[in-house]
Ligand binder design. Structure first.
Ligand code: IVH
Length: 701
């Protein structure tokens, strides 16, 4: 094996291992940045040596280029649906029917969660994933192989060597609840419309023609059945699940078995009681005859098998009164009508407000102030007004009129041509300003402690801040006059504002709240353009060429930076001394471009800041960060409590730096004296803890 082949194998193994820790154990041991760095290194090596590329490399999960349209796949065996019911009596009748058709026998059944995802079919031949398709009309579906390859738990190759010759496995692609919350937080931060529930988000992700988009959504997959299985004898559902375990295909771990009606209903109720605690949305229980010979006897109807039935849990709906409709003005000026409700308890929480989405929605459902309305938690997450009890009206209800001007600043409103959104156009609208400022100061952006919702409210309300740059002009005196503002908190706030000037460029870019630019987009832009001035000069074309940016984001960034009001604000920020990318945020020295291009780094031990931030400094300068030391490693950056990596680095003669040495290197100190002042502070073997901050969501709110 050549050195390159060795490194490739090592990277693939390492990435697969991190995939497993991330997805199967939900216990990642490295940061996302670190993972991305490993991934990037692998991709670059493979690009340089295409002859060494293998179809089962983790990079092949993010297959190729955006498609023009999806090819169509004809399912080898039609994908049926399930008979379903909301009634326990009908479940009992189903089981009695089954017993009657199989006289004189025990009929064991299995009960498992009905995963509320998107049905897909995966076809493995000789152990390799050949294609993946959506259900479509049950006969033909869309070929979504590229998107499925981005799902880290779907193996591109089956484990072991005793796998079925052909296996067309079926299951659900879903977005775990935590991933859903994260994506919506990112979308909110980037001013994009939110997904109503995880199912929609998963379906939307699979419909993307560009696999890079699906790759950014933390999708997951559970198998629940198969269409075709040859080369291995499997006699029952339980055996099928054992086969899945053997070959490495994920399935739900919740499985009950029963052999009478009482047992079935008990399982259904047990699942109902615990389903809110599962990481995926479950909208029912599926009851299936376990034994395949018995299934064959029962047969199919044209639409569904006679050997299975889905029991669906009714979405909890409650009735309450709509007290009022108010308008919320978002950071980007979008006006959202909000239902102010008489508080009610639904699916585990008290709901007092619900979104009404937009004016069309109110008109379509004819929702009036004072109405009795039905509230439901869509996908158990976002409360929505689903219907109006019009028959209960007494004439006192009032039709809601959408405002003609902004309720916050009385500025003119415009309707977005593509969306149904209505927007306030006034850049200095106080409601927008409050939200923009909150976002700017938030933990994921400029991270200004003490500048939270309440303080922002005061600053904007008292006219102390009329635009974001004004915060850098704040003086102690007027602040001390505010309520709940003592000497100490004012001093802390001013210090935090001062410190924020040195934040890295991406945090500023994210904090500006450019439409469609979330934390990831901001990082990509900062890494590519390096300085804000380069961004200000960039043409839409140049913006779109930046890795990971794309058309929509590029256009939005260009619009933002050509808007005279924004340019004026930026000049004020520059004058205030905010880092526009030409200084190192740590040392506050000019970044003389100390390039780390082509250097390989490993970071270990406890450092003064989260490891991912340090990795960022290396990545920004063109270096590579990896998780394990090899002969190729140029530098080990070691903090306190560095363990085995330190020893290995010494054995291999890798250059070892402490934090001070690292910063000296970044600041252009090129001579050897600067590079080796390493002192081992404590040689305890305790593995370095990943700091909490490294695993946090990128958003404060
Ligand atoms: S078994 C013949 N098991 O629900 C179909 N389906 O509403 C056999 N689903 O088309 C499917 N969880 O996409 C089965 N544990 C589960 C399921 C499940 C979700 C989906 C499946 C099916 C749809 C019917």
């Amino acid at each position: 094996m050549t050195a390159i082949e060795q490194r490739l194998a090592e990277l693939r193994r390492e990435i697969e291992e991190h995939n497993r820790r991330y997805y199967e154990e939900a216990a990642p041991t490295i940061s996302d940045q670190h993972y991305d760095a490993l991934y990037r290194e692998l991709r670059e090596l493979e690009t340089a040596h295409p002859e060494l590329l293998t179809p089962d490399s983790p990079t092949q999960r993010v297959g190729g280029r955006p498609l023009e349209e999806f090819a169509q796949v004809r399912h080898r065996v039609p994908m049926l649906s399930l008979d379903n019911t909301y009634s326990e009596t009908e479940v009992a009748e189903f089981y009695q029917r089954v017993r009657k058709a199989l006289p004189g026998r025990e009929v064991p059944v299995v009960i498992e969660p009905k995963v509320d995802g998107v049905a897909v079919s995966l076809f493995y031949e000789a152990g390799r994933l050949v294609y993946a398709a959506t259900r479509g009309d049950g006969v033909t579906g869309d070929d979504i192989t590229q998107n499925i390859r981005t799902i880290r738990t779907v193996p591109p190759r089956l484990r072991g060597d005793d796998f079925p010759a052909e296996l067309e496995v079926r299951g659900e692609v879903f977005l775990p609840k935590s991933g859903f919350a994260k994506i919506n937080a990112e979308r909110a931060a980037a001013g994009q419309p939110l997904f109503a529930n995880p199912r929609n988000a998963a379906a939307g992700s699979l419909k993307q023609l560009d696999p890079a988009i699906a790759a950014r959504r933390p999708l997951d997959f559970f198998a629940h059945s198969y269409g075709l299985l040859t080369g291995r004898a499997v006699g029952s559902h339980s055996e099928f699940f054992r086969l899945l375990d053997e070959v490495g295909i994920p399935h739900s771990q919740r499985l009950w078995s029963a052999h009478d009606v009482a047992g079935i209903l008990a399982a259904i109720r047990e699942l109902d009681a615990l389903r809110h605690t599962l990481e995926y949305e479950t909208d029912g229980a599926v009851v299936k005859v376990d034994d395949f010979t018995q299934r064959a006897r029962l047969g199919l109807t044209s639409k569904s098998p006679r050997w299975a039935m889905a029991y669906k849990y009714a979405a909890e709906r409650v009735e309450t009164r709509l007290r009022n409709i108010t308008i919320q003005v978002g950071r980007t000026g979008v006006l959202t009508p909000v239902a102010e409700l008489e508080p009610v308890f639904v699916s585990g929480t008290t709901v007092a407000r619900a979104t009404l989405h937009n004016a069309e929605e109110i008109a379509r459902k004819d929702i009036r102030i004072g109405d009795r309305v039905l509230i439901e938690k869509a996908g158990e997450i976002i409360p929505a007004v689903v219907a109006v009890r019009a028959e209960l009206r007494d004439g006192s209800e009032r039709v809601f009129h959408f405002p003609e001007v902004c309720p916050s600043c009385s500025g003119p409103l415009v309707r977005d041509p593509e969306q149904v959104a209505i927007r306030c156009q006034n850049v200095s609208c106080p409601a927008q300003l409050r939200r923009r400022l909150q976002h700017f100061a938030s933990r994921g952006a400029m991270d200004i402690e003490g500048l939270g919702e309440a303080r922002v409210e005061q600053l904007v309300g008292d006219g102390l801040v009329r635009d974001i740059p004004d915060i850098y002009e704040l003086q102690a005196e007027p602040l001390l006059a505010l309520e709940r503002a003592g000497e100490k908190s004012v001093a802390n706030l001013l210090a935090a504002i001062e410190q924020s000037k040195a934040q890295p460029l991406w945090r500023l870019l994210f904090g500006l709240g450019i439409l469609h630019v979330g934390a990831t987009g901001a990082r990509a832009l900062a890494a590519h353009f390096k300085t804000l001035d380069a961004l200000l000069r960039a043409t839409p074309d140049a913006l779109q060429r930046a890795h990971d940016v794309g058309e929509v984001v590029g256009a939005s960034v260009h619009d933002f930076f050509t808007n005279p009001a924004n340019v004026e604000s930026l000049e004020k920020l520059r004058a205030a001394g905010v880092n526009f990318g030409e200084r190192d945020p740590v040392s506050d020295q000019p970044t003389t471009g100390a390039s780390l291009a082509d250097t390989r780094w490993v970071i270990t031990g406890t450092l003064s800041r989260p490891r991912e931030e340090i990795a960022e400094l290396i990545l920004e300068r063109g270096g590579k960060v990896s998780g394990s030391i090899s002969k190729k490693t140029n530098y080990l950056l070691a903090g306190a409590d560095a363990g085995s990596k330190l020893e290995k680095a010494r054995t291999l003669g890798v250059q070892i730096l402490d934090e001070a040495g690292f910063h000296a290197l970044l600041n252009g100190g090129g001579d050897d004296d600067n590079r080796t002042p390493f002192v081992v502070m404590d040689e305890k073997k305790s593995p370095p803890k990943e700091t909490a901050a490294a695993l946090e969501l990128p958003f404060g709110e």
